[in-house]
Design a protein around this ligand. Structure first.
Ligand SMILES: C[S@@+](CC[C@H](N)C(=O)[O-])C[C@H]1O[C@@H](n2cnc3c(N)ncnc32)[C@H](O)[C@@H]1O
Length: 235
């Protein structure tokens, strides 16, 4: 006799769900610690353990990647643009005329709460960042779920692509990973901006990897801020 009819009849699943939920989060955290430990001492840049981690250090990871890409044509896709700090960094550093920089965002902030931020955080009131009329830069406004699929159909992927996943949330990150999956090719780069958010970007990436039948190896490029920002190259 299976146990579930009893649970279903008594509605005991409700308290058991509440009691067991923290264990899932702890499990994810341990998976993340395992990831850190396995990649310790690896990568072209890795500051673990950095007692003075600071958000501004995320530029160090991008600088490292840009040092090899700044004179090459790249297609930089950013998911989560907000005020545009990072898309500006890429378009201002890489001046190659064939390069393209495409940023997706609602420009109305996060659709759900994330860590200590409420839904709507990062709201830009619908305004795009000022990119000094750089015609290589394009912004796509809307929820990813309404805009990414159609936009990517008409985009180019034949140069080396850099995908900057900076939407913070599990839902947004997972959605984007599956949308870009058919476009991925060897030597493309994935950069996560909040990777140590272990039940969001990290969990989305782990789930994605389980579902793609080992199609790609994600070689660790490096990490800063104790794995807050992490990058991989596809092999
Ligand atoms: C951390 S901010 C991006 C920061 C930016 N990349 C930078 O370097 O300064 C996260 C952004 O993701 C956007 N975002 C998250 N989920 C989204 C979704 N499903 N659709 C559209 N935008 C989303 C939010 O609007 C927010 O502006």
């Amino acid at each position: 006799m299976p146990f579930h009819p009893f649970l279903s009849k008594t509605k005991l699943y409700n308290p058991i769900k509440s009691i067991s939920k923290p264990f899932h989060v702890i499990f994810k955290y341990m998976e993340f610690v395992a990831f850190m430990s396995e990649n310790r001492n690896k990568g072209k840049i890795n500051d673990y353990y950095n007692k003075s981690a600071a958000y501004k250090n995320r530029f160090q990871l991008h600088d490292k990647i840009l040092s090899e890409l700044k004179n090459k044509p790249v297609f930089y896709y950013e998911f989560g643009v907000a005020g545009g700090d990072m898309i500006k960094k890429w378009s201002e550093t890489n001046k190659v005329k064939e390069s393209r920089f495409i940023g997706f965002d609602s420009f109305e902030g996060l659709p759900e709460s994330w860590e200590d931020k409420k839904a709507g955080h990062f709201d830009q009131k619908g305004n795009f960042p000022d990119v000094n009329n750089d015609t290589r830069v394009r912004f796509v406004k809307g929820w990813f779920q309404d805009s990414v699929y159609d936009t990517l159909k008409d985009c180019d992927f034949n140069e080396q692509c850099v995908y900057h996943l900076d939407a913070d949330l599990f839902s947004s990150t997972l959605y984007v990973l599956f949308q870009i999956f058919p476009k991925l090719k060897a030597n493309d780069i994935l950069i996560f901006d909040e990777f140590s958010s272990h039940d969001h970007e990290f969990e989305a990436f782990e789930l994605f990897k389980k579902c793609i039948n080992d199609k790609w190896q994600f070689e660790f490029i490096g990490a800063v801020n104790n794995y807050r920002q992490v990058a991989f190259i596809l092999k």
